[in-house]
Write a protein that binds this ligand. Structure first.
Ligand code: ZN
Length: 215
């Protein structure tokens, strides 16, 4: 089984990908990771990519396709692939079809973790932690029992991550929509897109993904 897993930052995509790897022995193919690994290992594709990057140029689709092909060739024929962060364009989606079919594989499902933008902003911007022991809290969902005092250690200093602000979260969501907009209609037309509620708790999300993969 070969799938694309899509989801905006904060939707828990990393956790769900990890669970698919553990439950089904699938491999997660992230183009950034593959690129770094190929450069480090000095494979022919890696050396080519390194030369391109040293000239300050972007790695071409042809190189990315070669990387994915190398990775699939190194995997067992019955090991499923989870594509993460690829494809981003209609041309890449076409390349992916060719790469897979050349190896007797096909894309079975595209799973998108959907989020409610306002709820996600609330979830992320409400997070804070105890500066002393690191215990996590939330303005709405998990306040300390006594305001301003950590339940666990009695500390009175708290901190927030600078990235956890509404503007940054909204920017990241907009970037995500821009990246997926070119490819979602292609897969929707094939009837292989499953939308899963990414706002549900993690176990429910996992169960919904499993259900989608069985169809
Ligand atoms: Zn504490």
């Amino acid at each position: 089984m070969n799938i694309i897993l899509l989801g905006p930052p904060g939707a828990g995509k990393g956790t769900q990908a990890q669970r698919l790897v553990e439950r089904h022995g699938m491999r997660q193919l992230s183009t950034g990771d593959m690129l770094r690994a190929a450069v480090k290992a000095g494979t022919p594709t890696g050396l080519e990519a390194k030369a391109v990057m040293e000239r300050g140029e972007l790695v071409s689709d042809a190189i990315v396709s070669a990387l994915i092909g190398d990775e699939l060739d190194a995997m067992g024929a019955d090991t499923g692939a989870i594509f993460d962060g690829y494809p981003r364009t209609a041309a890449q989606a076409e390349s992916l079809d060719a790469i897979l079919s050349a190896r007797g594989r096909k894309l079975d499902h595209v799973v998108e973790l959907e989020v409610d933008e306002e709820a996600l902003v609330e979830r992320i911007t409400g997070r804070f932690t105890c500066a002393t022991c690191g215990k996590g809290y939330h303005d709405t969902f998990e306040r300390p029992k006594v305001d301003g005092v950590c339940d666990k250690c009695g500390g009175t200093e708290f901190k927030r991550r600078p990235d956890d602000n509404a503007e940054t979260v909204r920017t990241r969501l907009a970037e995500y929509r821009a990246k997926t907009a070119p490819i979602l209609p292609i897969y929707e037309a094939r009837g292989i897109v499953a939308k899963v509620d990414g706002m549900a708790d993690m176990d429910h999300v996992t169960a919904a993904i499993e259900g989608a993969l069985r169809t």
